[in-house]
Design a protein around this ligand. Structure first.
Ligand code: ADP
Ligand code: MG
Length: 566
């Protein structure tokens, strides 16, 4: 937990001030019952009204002083926890952004999201509660016990016993309850996930007429969440009534034992009043300590999950290398495996000159997107060398890798068309318009109610699939890339638009090296080099004409798509 605790360090002075103020407030609160006892045992029997008013006045002043101190300290604590959490969340977010794809795969997106939200919240709560109660509560308990032992050891012993019992009860009940709450939280997450999947896949669900099954899946998850909540609720239901019972029993015992001792002349009656006050104070503080402990145990678990990300060593360092190649883009005996089990890409070799076009053809799962990911160094090749601009890609700094990429299922932002194309790069509007024109998107953008400033729905739901693909192409082009990767980027375009897009790229972006991944021969036929991928292996490569002549599989696919075999 050291790293997360380190975030408190810059606020050390403020925390120390807050704690001192809390300490003062606790002292003031501890004096109150003593004054009460004095009034009952000294001033009242002496019928000394002045002393009664005087003591009463001091008590009121102390009470106000304590409240003031506590409010001030709580505000300071809240400020510190907010600041610490803001910084922590920011750092965590930045670190998450810099995780490599391999690390992302390992942690999983949903776990990263919950670390950024739930876990930072838990750490916030821990810092807040510890500052508010971490000093005050133990001090009230300890101070209260010491003072009462000085006053009347027998009654103090009763008090100590009941307080210990209260602490153990709360501790046990919550310790049992927490795992159930964690389970309830998980079950709730599942419900949210199903709702999200169903909402985003609503067309498929309706088209395949599987609403019934979806409803059942949702019903089961919802029932599981209810059961988990119920169990957690049942366990925790005991907490408050049990502590109330212990408080009341304690009060009765104090009065009873106190009365017996007063009767026997062993203590003045005012001490019973003082003890009742102390007892309530100690009891509340005991509950406070238990709550602080619970917050710490939850917060520490979350802090560890956050630290896992913060302390994750940087992946994919720059590896200087003198190796050089003629190729602008290429691979030399590259193999790669996502999970280290089977090879998702095996012994791929090709080479491409500047401004040339690479076509990649292959069935789904054959490794086309993996090949593109390795070219962009989203993953590191297990064996072999990836060439970029004549250098080993591992030696090329990130800023120098000028890629533009259109993935198949890329996200559109719930923002204006301009922002979606510029994509946080502050690209001038003329360049955005030029990119949109090349991407064959300008006509439909102009037809939108507010042109470039029209707002897109979440995931671009108010656009057709082809319009989305053209916007994404415009986004990739707007950065003036040196290498443009189009992964199935024309699957939703008709043949004429797809051809116009390719021609426009060649016309408007001279010198750009193109990687076109497609399942359509028509999209690749003009490429300078076409790779035919199967099961991660290149089974043939060459130009369209060469492949038609030598590769039976390529010829078969081409004929199928031309309709010759239909
Ligand atoms: P294509 O783009 O040709 O459809 P991919 O390159 O996406 O194929 O996938 C190639 C193989 O790698 C598939 O078997 C796929 O299951 C696997 N794969 C893809 N991405 C991952 C990943 N992030 N983790 C593990 N395996 C993956
Ligand atoms: Mg793919």
């Amino acid at each position: 937990m050291g790293t997360v605790l380190g975030y408190l360090r810059p606020h050390g002075v403020r925390v120390a001030c807050g704690v001192t103020v809390k300490f003062t407030a606790a002292l003031l609160e501890l004096v109150l019952p003593l004054l009460l006892e004095h009034i009952v045992d000294v001033s009242v029997p002496a019928r000394d009204l002045t002393a009664i008013w005087f003591c009463g006045g001091i008590m009121a002043a102390l009470a106000f002083g304590a409240a003031f101190c506590n409010i001030t300290a709580n505000r300071m604590a809240a400020w510190v926890s907010m600041e610490v959490t803001r910084k922590l969340r920011g750092d965590l977010y930045n670190r998450t952004q810099r995780l490599s794809c391999t690390q992302m795969d390992r942690f999983s997106t949903s776990s990263l999201v919950s670390r950024l939200t739930n876990d930072t919240y838990n750490v916030h709560q821990m810092f807040d509660k510890v500052q508010r109660g971490g000093i005050r509560a133990p001090m009230l308990v300890l101070g209260g016990l010491v003072l009462t032992f000085l006053l009347e050891p027998a009654l103090a012993a009763v008090q100590l016993a009941v307080s210990l019992l209260t602490f153990l009860t709360i501790w046990q009940v919550t310790r049992r309850g927490i795992p159930h709450y964690a389970a309830a939280q998980e079950a709730g997450d599942t419900v949210v996930r199903i709702i999200r999947e169903n909402a985003s896949g609503v067309r498929v669900v309706k088209a395949l007429a599987c609403q019934g099954r979806e409803r059942q899946r949702f019903g089961e998850a919802s029932e599981a969440a209810r059961r988990a909540e119920e169990t957690a609720g049942c366990v925790m239901a005991a907490a408050n009534p049990l502590t109330d019972l212990l408080l009341n029993t304690g009060l009765v015992l104090v009065v009873l034992v106190g009365a017996l001792r007063v009767n026997a002349g062993q203590m003045p009656p005012g001490q019973i009043v003082a003890f009742l006050s102390y007892f309530t104070l100690i009891q509340t503080a005991t509950l406070g300590i238990a709550k602080v402990f619970i917050r710490i145990s939850k917060g520490a678990a979350s802090a560890r999950r956050i630290e896992e990300i913060l302390l994750e060593p940087a992946d994919q360092p720059l590896r200087p290398s003198e190796a050089a190649s003629e190729a602008e883009l290429g691979m030399d005996g590259v193999s790669f495996s996502y999970l280290g089990v089977e090879r998702d890409l095996a012994d791929v070799t090709f080479s491409l000159g500047r401004g040339e076009t690479l076509g990649v053809l292959g069935p789904t799962g054959s490794g086309k997107s993996t090949l593109a990911a390795l070219l962009m160094r989203l993953y590191d090749a297990g064996e072999g060398v990836v060439w970029l601009g004549g250098r080993d890609v591992n030696a090329v700094p990130r800023e120098e890798r000028r890629f533009g990429v259109v993935f198949q299922n890329e996200a559109l932002l719930n923002d204006s068309v301009y922002e979606n194309i510029s994509f946080l790069r502050n690209i001038p509007r003329e360049d955005v318009i030029a990119a949109a024109k090349t991407a064959q998107a300008w006509d439909f953008i102009q037809a939108l109610p507010e042109g470039l400033d029209s707002r897109l729905d979440i995931r671009g739901a108010n656009l057709s699939g082809g319009q989305r693909q053209r916007l994404l192409a415009a986004r990739a082009l707007a950065g003036r890339p040196a290498v443009l990767v189009m992964d199935n980027a024309d699957s939703a375009l008709d043949y004429a638009t797809a051809a116009a897009l390719r021609a426009a790229i060649r016309r408007d972006c001279p010198g750009v090296t193109l990687v076109v991944i497609s399942e359509r021969v028509a999209s690749l036929r003009r490429a300078d080099r076409i790779l035919v991928l199967e099961d991660g292996r290149v089974t043939a490569q060459g130009t369209h004409e060469e492949l038609l002549e030598h590769c039976a599989r390529y010829r078969h696919i081409a004929e199928l798509q031309r309709g010759v075999l239909l």
